[in-house]
Ligand binder design. Structure first.
Ligand SMILES: *[C@@H]1O[C@H](CO)[C@@H](O)[C@H](O)[C@H]1NC(C)=O
Ligand SMILES: *[C@@H]1O[C@H](CO)[C@@H](O)[C@H](O)[C@H]1NC(C)=O
Length: 216
């Protein structure tokens, strides 16, 4: 009986310690490359996803899970399924360190073909500057100050082509850290440049339930 009590006490202490100090969060990063070996300079559209939360992103809900061998699964749920408790709409599995072809056609992302390298990271610091970044925070985090749930980004000067005459470029202006988008929808003479940043807020067109920030 004493032994069992000790074990229970140890477990209780562990749970307390985990609550106080166990804020470590794991993220699965998808780092973009232009070649099937994911080598050379990172370029294109990348992601970072927190593990183990049901998060809303552009009208759908996602859960990223990780097994004991660092194999991650990204599962998608319907937009109205805010607990991610209903049927999965689809899923994809990735091994840590692997290089995978991705195709975001028919998703709400910019059309983009490429490869991503999978990296499992603990408590990443959010200091990398990209050409453009959209960071998603919990639907209750109205100051976007807690750990982020996910972000996607374009590396500096990424070009996205729908066709030779219809393309978009993203870049970060370093002195102000403002992301800009160059839209060329009808050839090079049609291009216009707009700043593409916003503070913490909800975009009901695209995000409806989560807070987000647009930045570099
Ligand atoms: C999972 O990946 C992390 C980060 O690369 C590493 O520190 C950890 O040892 C890996 N765990 C296993 C079980 O491979
Ligand atoms: C992004 O690229 C532009 C050139 O198009 C360059 O002026 C700028 O310094 C780059 N931004 C960063 C943060 O490196």
């Amino acid at each position: 009986m004493i032994k069992i009590n000790n074990i229970l006490l140890s477990l209780a202490v562990m749970v307390l310690l985990m609550q106080n100090y166990g804020e470590a969060l794991t993220y699965v990063n998808m780092v973009p490359y232009l070649n099937p070996t994911c080598s050379g300079e990172s370029s294109g559209l990348g992601y970072s996803w927190v593990v183990g939360q049901c998060l809303g992103f552009k009208g759908n809900n996602f859960v990223v899970s990780l097994d004991s061998h660092n194999v991650s699964t990204i599962a998608i749920y319907q937009g109205k399924d805010e607990q991610c408790s209903g049927a999965q709409q689809g899923s994809r599995t990735f091994s840590n360190g692997g290089c995978y072809q991705v195709n975001y056609q028919n998703t709400e992302q910019w059309y983009y073909n490429g490869w991503v390298k999978i990296e499992v990271v603990e408590d990443p610091t959010n200091t990398i500057i990209y050409g453009y970044r959209e960071t998603v925070y919990a639907s209750t985090d109205d100051h976007c100050q807690d750990d982020y749930q996910m972000y996607f980004y374009y590396t500096n000067n990424s070009v996205f082509k729908y066709s030779n005459d219809n393309y978009y470029v993203f870049y970060c202006q370093p002195d102000t850290y403002t992301p800009f988008e160059i839209d060329c929808e009808n050839g090079p003479t049609s291009c216009f440049t707009t700043p593409n940043n916003s503070p913490c807020g909800k975009n009901y067109n695209n995000w409806w339930r989560n807070y987000q920030v647009q930045s570099c």
